[in-house]
Design a protein around this ligand. Sequence first.
Ligand SMILES: *Cc1c(COP(=O)(O)O)cnc(C)c1O
Length: 419
Amino acid sequence: MSQLDYHNDTLTFGGQALTAIAERFGTPCYVYAERVLTEAYTAYRDAFASLDPLICYAVKANGNLSILQHFARLGAGFDIVSGGELARVLAAGADAAKVVFSGVGKTADEMRMGLEAGIHCFNVESVNELVRLNQVAGEMGRRAPVSLRVNPDVDAQTHPYISTGLKDNKFGIAFDTAFDVYREAAALPHLDVVGIDCHIGSQLTDVTPLIDALDRLLALVDRLAEAGIVLRHLDIGGGVGIRYTDETPPDLQGYADAVAQRLAGRPLRLVMEPGRSLVGNAGVLLTRVEYLKLGEAKNFAIVDAAMNDLLRPSLYAAYHQIVPVVRHAHLPPMKVDVVGPVCESSDFLGKDRTLAVKEGDLLAVLSAGAYGSTMASNYNTRPRAAEVLIGVDGQPRLVRARETLEALLANERALLETH
Ligand SMILES: *Cc1c(COP(=O)(O)O)cnc(C)c1O
C-alpha cells in the first residue's frame, strides 16, 4: 500500500503514526489517506484522458461523506444504488447531472428522487423496471434518461459472489433479448434512451473479460443504430481489481488503450463506475488485541474489530493482510487466527497468520477502504467504528464519530414502559 511505512518500527499511514491515531480516536477505527484517494482517481483520469470519460465513483464501496466530497471536488460523478446513496452524494455536494443510478430493485420513490434531482441516467435492469420508470416519469411530467444494463454473459473469473455478468445472475438484461428491450424502451413516451451499460463483476485482475464485454456491447450499439436507436454513452461498469496480497492488478493504461481503440471515431461518451480501486488501498482498519488464546490445535488473537466491522473475510473468504502497528524485535512470531468477539465461527479477519503479538498490541488490517465500513452492521449490538481521514497535510480528521450506544438504541421502544 502506498503511504504505509514503518518509521522506527512504528507503522505510519499518510504520514501519521497509527499508534497516535488509536490513542486519540480509539479502536476499532477505519483510517483513510486523502493522498491515496487522489492518486487512485487521477490514475483513472490520466489513463483514460484521451476519452474524457465521466468517472462515476461507485458509492457502495465507501460512502463516507468526506470521501464523496473529496471525489466531487476532483470532478467525479457517482454511481449510486439507492435513494439513500443519492441523498448522500447530494449532501456531499455532488453534481446530480453526473450521477448514474444502478441496481435491480429501484422503488417508485427512489425513481422520483432521481428524477427530482435531475440525475444523468437510470441504469435499468429489467423490462418491468422500464415500465415503472416510464409511469413515474409520466406522473411527474418528465422524461427519464435511461441506459439498459446488458448482461454480456462473459465470465469475469472472479469470486462467484462478486461475479455479475453471467446468465444465471440476477443482474442486467440478457444479451439475447436486449435488442428487443431497447425497442420497447424507445417506444415508451416518458423515457429518453441515452445509453448502454454493463458491469460483469468486481476485483478483476485480468481485463480480457472486460474487453470481451465491451466488444459485445459495441456490436449491439451498431445494431441499434441501424434500427434508428442512437446511443450517446457507453458505460463499462466497475473498475479493475486491486492488490490485497499478491494479486497483480491490470495495467490501467493498457486497459484504457484497448477501450480507446474500440471507441475511436464513435460519438459515444465513455462512462465508468470504479469503486474498489478508488478507495480499497486508501484505508486500513485499526484494531487492538484484547486476548491471546493459545491452544493445542490453534492460537487465536482475539481483537476488538469483528465481522460486523469488516465482513469481507466472512462473506467471501477474502484475504486482507494483517500487520503489527509496532514491530517487536524480540518477540517470537507465532501462527494465529485473528478473530473478533462476535458469536459466530465465521467471525475472523485472518486465518493462520504469522505474527509477533502480545495482548494490548495494535494491528492494522490492510486494504480495508472498500466494502469495509459500508458493509458494517450492529450485529451483537456493536456500535460501528470511528472513521478518520488523514489529509494531505498529514493531519487526521474524524470523519465519522464512533457510534454511541444511545444512538444504537434510539429507534427501539420497550414494550413495557418502566417508571
Ligand atoms: C459494485 C458496482 C460497481 C463498482 O465495482 P468495483 O469493482 O468496486 O469497481 C460499479 N457498478 C455497479 C453496477 C456495481 O454494482
